[in-house]
Design a protein around this ligand. Structure first.
Ligand code: HEC
Length: 143
């Protein structure tokens, strides 16, 4: 009896938290990096779900409390680096970000490990990393 009551409470709480509003905002940005098709493909595949405003929200992004974590990650990721707004970053800032992108990917800090467990297609192989490294260190790149 007590177990049933406890279960009922958990169930009610679970249903109740589904009504907490979360903002899953997507929109058309000002412009993405003017990089090679290859680089853009890698970034899109491995980074854009968090670092752009073109997030492909997974089904669990609609189920609290998991959705809170997903939305928080995306908000924080967009705040530090939003590829959809890349062209609005001043050249100095782009020159600062590019090597940072090269190093966080080379060091396997990005994409986040738990993202990779659910999105194995975002895994970067040696060729991907080399392509990113070349782009990251290219100081002549326009944008
Ligand atoms: C699952 C979401 C997610 C994915 C996918 C992801 N990131 Fe991130 N990234 C984050 C979050 C969250 C932060 C902010 C971490 C913080 O606040 O310390 C971050 C931070 C960063 C930073 C700043 C790091 C620093 O030390 O300041 C860079 C650069 C970055 N990410 C690049 C990338 C690149 C490049 C990719 C794709 C290869 C990628 N990220 C994929 C979530 C993600």
């Amino acid at each position: 009896m007590r177990r049933t009551a406890a279960l009922a409470i958990v169930l009610v709480a679970f249903i109740a938290i589904q009504f907490v509003p979360v903002l899953r905002e997507n929109r058309l940005g000002s412009g993405d990096p003017d990089a090679s098709r290859e680089v853009r493909w890698i970034l899109r595949r491995a980074c854009y779900d968090c670092h752009s405003t073109e997030t492909r929200w997974p089904i669990w992004a609609y189920v609290a409390p998991v959705s809170w974590q997903v939305v928080q990650d995306v908000d924080r990721a967009r705040a530090v680096l939003n590829f959809s707004e890349w062209v609005t970053y001043p050249p100095d800032h782009q020159r600062f970000l590019r090597p940072l992108i090269g190093s966080v990917t080379a060091g396997h800090r990005m994409p986040l490990w738990y993202y990779l467990t659910l999105h194995p297609d975002a895994r970067l192989n040696g060729a991907d990393l080399a392509t990113l490294r070349a782009w990251a260190s290219d100081t002549t790149a326009r944008r």
